[in-house]
Design a protein around this ligand. Structure first.
Ligand code: ATP
Ligand code: MN
Length: 499
């Protein structure tokens, strides 16, 4: 049976004028969806139906006594209906049109004693416990539609700019970061695995004949693609077994990793900035209803906070602000100087002390972005010791405003966003085989283990660069949500894999 998505119906009726040729007023339609609310007055029954195509509900109206009592009883919040009726101009305020019911089919009831979603505001914590049903709320359906729009915008951006979508493996035998924190993939018997002579698990007998894990990044394979296709991007699931219960980390997340031949650090920064601005602009243009809803939701939430903790900008203002302002670009060395001379450093308010060489903590990143610059920031040229082996080594030493010299550094770049901290991490890559191998040996990575990666430097090497954007961190920013577990349909985090 055909039906009309509510989004399409409401679009056709926007600025309703029954004299217009294409007005749906007067036509008979069937809509299908889930009941958000049912309200009965002396003369009529009002049903608000939502089918997920838009945050807007369609109101369906029956006269009192029109629907049989036992049908009416089954129409409760969460039940699923097909409603057929005539489109009329609405008498009430709040909607331009409504459906005058002629027929109702009940697909599925939802016992109000048992159905956990009721027409009131539920806490996000509670909704996480019923992640299988939360897409039926306004907040989560809005987030999921925005998530979709951003994913689409990302593919569109790269396609429009001559990038090829490259699918890199999910099961890998390499650890791109050389940092552990991986999920093992095995078919060996968990209780009695085969052992080698010296008592270790014998992975030669495992499915792939070697130790394998879920990928932490598609970059290394992405570089192989860039050295053939020029500009590629990956967009796929990424796994990190880091036991960090933060609001910005998931164990399973989606990462976008463009990799470009002939790009240097500056080109990489320009791309990252243009890319995030473009996809945010796309969301503003295509998700206006959903963003307005979340903007409002955030404003209500802000009101419950103390004055000094309230944010200065609303969600829409914040998104506009990001797309309309240039990101600040400065070196790690300059940033450390700013941090060391900052009020919180002088008052001992940072939990982690700042000095050249440390890995900046979230509190430092947020100070720079939210207090000092009040803009997104791109930090570059980090200490070599805290970054991955494949980053291009700087030749020039780093200096601060007073001419003090530091180093060595690498051509890394992190993009820092308000409320999020690091949203993008990237670098120009070391294209010189000897320097790359020397660095691997220094940090204890066996060059033989990724001989295929090093072949890019052996055969037709070229300057190249790339970055990784955590998709959920972007969705977090665009939706204004506070916890990364609320911007992915079914979050995976320590002790969380129910749904
Ligand atoms: P962080 O310091 O925030 O843990 P990272 O330095 O480990 O980030 P990268 O290895 O550079 O991050 O990964 C690239 C991007 O992937 C990050 O900028 C971030 O947007 C995202 N990301 C990294 N780890 C996670 C995670 N556990 N959950 C969600 N997104 C992540
Ligand atoms: Mn990390």
């Amino acid at each position: 049976m055909s039906y009309l998505p509510i989004k399409q119906l409401l679009k056709a009726s926007s600025g309703v004028d029954s004299s217009r040729m294409d007005s749906p007023v007067g036509t008979t339609v069937t809509v299908k969806g889930w009941v958000r609310t049912k309200r009965e007055s002396k003369n009529a029954v009002f049903i608000a139906l939502n089918d997920g195509s838009t945050i807007q509900n369609i109101q369906a109206v029956a006269e009192a006594g029109q629907l049989p009592e036992d049908t009416l009883k089954l129409i409760t919040t969460g039940s699923c209906l097909a409603i057929t009726g005539q489109i009329v101009e609405s008498q009430g305020s709040g909607q331009a049109i409504e459906v005058k019911i002629t027929d109702v089919v009940i697909y599925g009831t939802a016992d109000p004693e048992k159905y956990p979603l009721q027409p009131k505001r539920h806490s996000l914590e509670f909704l996480r416990e019923i992640a299988h049903l939360r897409p039926r709320t306004n907040t989560f359906s809005a987030i999921l539609r925005i998530r979709h729009a951003l994913a689409f915008a990302i593919h569109k951006y790269f396609n429009d700019n001559g990038f090829f979508y490259l699918n890199t493996p999910i099961i890998t035998a390499s650890d791109a970061e050389g940092a552990g924190e991986m999920f093992r993939v095995t078919t060996l018997d968990a209780i009695k695995p085969p052992l080698t002579e010296d008592g270790k698990v014998d992975y030669n007998q495992d499915f792939f004949g070697r130790e394998t894990n879920l990928t932490v990044s598609g970059q290394l394979e992405g570089e192989l693609g860039a050295m053939a296709l020029g500009k590629i991007y990956t967009f796929g699931p990424t796994f990190r077994a880091e036991n960090s219960n933060t609001t910005r980390h998931l164990a399973e997340f989606w990462m976008i990793e463009p990799e470009m031949a002939f790009y240097e650090l500056k080109d990489n920064m320009n791309l990252a900035e243009d890319f995030v601005k473009t996809v945010i602009r796309y969301a503003l243009q295509h998700c206006a209803d959903d963003l307005a809803f979340l903007d409002n939701r955030l404003k209500e939430e802000e009101k419950t906070k103390k004055k000094e903790e309230q944010s200065e900008l609303g969600l829409l203002e914040k998104l506009q602000f990001v797309i309309n302002n240039e990101f600040v670009r400065l070196t790690y060395t300059e940033a450390v100087d700013i941090l060391m001379n900052s009020k919180p450093a002088k008052k001992g308010q940072f939990q982690f002390e700042v000095k050249w060489g440390i890995d900046l903590q979230s509190e430092h990143e947020r100070y720079l972005v939210e207090k000092h610059f009040k803009k997104p920031v791109i930090l570059t040229n980090y200490p070599r010791a805290i970054k991955a082996f494949y980053m291009k080594q700087d030749v020039e030493p780093a200096t601060n405003a007073r001419g003090e010299v530091f180093g060595p550094t690498v051509r890394a770049m992190d993009v820092l966003f308000p409320g999020i901290g690091e949203i993008i991490g990237g670098s120009q890559r070391e294209e010189d085989l000897d320097k790359l191998v020397a660095r691997m040996q220094e940090v204890g990575i066996d060059p033989e283990a990724i001989w295929w990666y090093l072949d890019t430097r052996r055969f037709g090497t070229a300057p190249h660069a790339g970055f990784g954007l955590g998709f959920e961190r972007l969705v977090l920013f665009v939706t204004g949500m506070g916890n990364i577990r609320d911007v992915i349909p079914f979050p995976r985090a320590p002790k969380t894999a129910e749904f």
